[in-house]
Design a protein around this ligand. Sequence first.
Ligand code: SPV
Ligand code: MG
Length: 556
Amino acid sequence: MNKSTLFRKLLKTRRPVLLSGAHDALSAKLTEEAGFDAVWVSSFGVSAAMRLMPDANVLTMTEMLETAKGINDAVGIPVIADCDNGYGNVHNIIRMVREYERAGIAGVSIEDNPFPKKCSLYPGERPDLVDADEMAGRIHAAKQTQSHRDFFVIARTEALIAGLGMDEAMNKALKYEAAGADAILIHSRQKSPAEIREFCRRWKSAGRVPLVAVPTKYPGITSKELYRTGIRVVIFANQALRASVSAMQKTLKTMKDADSVQAAESSIAPLSEIFRLVGQPQLEANEKRYLEGFKSKRGAIIVAAGFEKELWPLNEGCPKTLLPVGGKSILERQVHALNRCGITDIAVVGGHHAEKIRLPGVTTITNPRYRKGGMLHSLFCARERMDREFVFVYGDVLFDDYILSKLLKSKKDITLAVDRFPNRSAGSAANRDWVTLDSVRSNAPPAIGALERVASIGRHIDPSKADGEFIGLASFSDRGARTLRDTYRRLTSRPSPKTSRGARNFQNAEFTDLAQELIRRRQNVHSLNIRGGWIDIDSFEDYRKAWKRFSSHAPA
Ligand code: SPV
Ligand code: MG
């Protein structure tokens, strides 16, 4: 419900509507929690607390409005803003009403002080008020400007404080009512509520709109007593501010005297209370809902365990994946590429000099059997990370981002990046992961970016008959990961099982042996067709090529 409407509903109850002054969002929240009906944005309090300024129109309307907005946003109850004299003449009031209403403030109070004003409670202050017609013009302007019919405009008269007497106070109030005021705030600084009672008595027969009072100077009276004399709205304007000053002074002295915070601990709000007030539990909930929920849950496993004699002595003291290529190691380039595609949960399975693999944000898993087992065993050293979708990367392959981002978009359960235009003569053709595809029947050129079913994979394939080469980059959906795990478990739990082709058993197998076994078991394995944009480093010649490529290109 609109807060102005809510405020008007409060006025229909048979009890005083009780407001307490707030100077910031926190004090407003405490006001609401204490059970007050609405918040009074006190010009006295905001000037003092927000800027350490006297209540004398020193703060601008914008500063007051900013605070009122913060207050209004912090609470569900209506907020009535003390807008002093309206910050100028009617032009200022027109803008002010527009801005305050737009901010969701339920109503404003405008007083008949001139601009600039001084707080009427200051000692010796005897304001010269603007004449009643000018003030009536302010109220009329405010009422004409509001867009919601329930926006609430309180006309406040300082006539009693200015010493103009009861008759003049009554005349002014009636004029403001005639100009459209929704309520009259009759202010007094006498020590007794006598003049307020007298005003109420007269108003009963002369006025129609509700009366508002601020019993700062006659504090002995309760809001219920005021209600019985004819006041509908009671404002406890600055007591909360003053309480906070006393509490801070006392605590600061205690801590300073004791030279420790311990002495204050028992008399101050626990940290948990501040956490609660600012909604810290909601912060955690939001984080789970909006941040973690949208973070890529996909992890990556980089297998970099092997020792390749072809590269000796380059890899004598470090794993191949740490060899620098154009200023960054192969592994760093891989990790950065994964990060750029939103994958931050990365594990590297190391073997040969695994202790050297230390990269921020990357978990190192060691395969102590790296000399005996094949690549597959190394991959399954990270089986704990295969309980959800993941990307699998050979530790010696560098690839362009486009390949990875296309692979991540694949909706297939198991997708292998396959170069459809491999250089069949380069390097040792026998040690490469050749692929044949189901669909390749015609002479039509391969569709780059397309997904096709893999018919067979492995080193056993005749390079001249291969449709492409697996580049060492694969993605698995949740289901694909489950299939991979289950199949591996079944194969390795049998005594010395044979792979479909070649490898002595699955303990020593290559990744492609398991992929081939999946195909044999009629599981779908797909290729993502690519053309170039990658390089694997198996020899000095590859390493030299990689250097050439990455010292003249933008980093991969
Ligand atoms: C305020 O709180 O700013 C008021 C009320 O205007 S009083 O200070 O009591 O005048
Ligand atoms: Mg004020």
